[in-house]
Design a protein around this ligand. Sequence first.
Ligand SMILES: [Zn+2]
Length: 156
Amino acid sequence: MDYRTAEARSALMARIRSKNTGPERMIRRTVYRMGYRFRLHSPRLPGRPDLVFPSARKAIFVHGCFWHLHGCPTGRLPKSRLEFWGPKLEANTARDRRNQEGLATLGWSVLVVWQCEVRSPEKLTRKLEQFLGGGPSCCDQHGREAMRRRTSHAPK
Ligand SMILES: [Zn+2]
């Protein structure tokens, strides 16, 4: 057996696992269909965002709910082996925060798309459109509320 082949294959598999996860592929497809063009994993930006829109200075992270502690049913600290998972997952979220702050400092807008959001394609598309179409770059609910507030307080 050629060990190099096996080695190359496992390296390839590792790359596929880390970079072409199902949710990320789905989001890339959705964004592409919406007519936006992007780059992938720009290594020069904090956290290597998954999708990068250089001219608009916008970046999207696709986060697994478990690994980034989303707070949805999948993204809570596990009850078993908490002493192992707790510090690991909390370090992940601390790093996420640092990366997002770093990007903001460089003048980038950041959107986080969660793995669980892929399950409702319509909501996901709205969220992406709101972010990429120049609307409020916050998460959808707050964004819409802020927009309504702004509109209702607009001078007559
Ligand atoms: Zn989630």
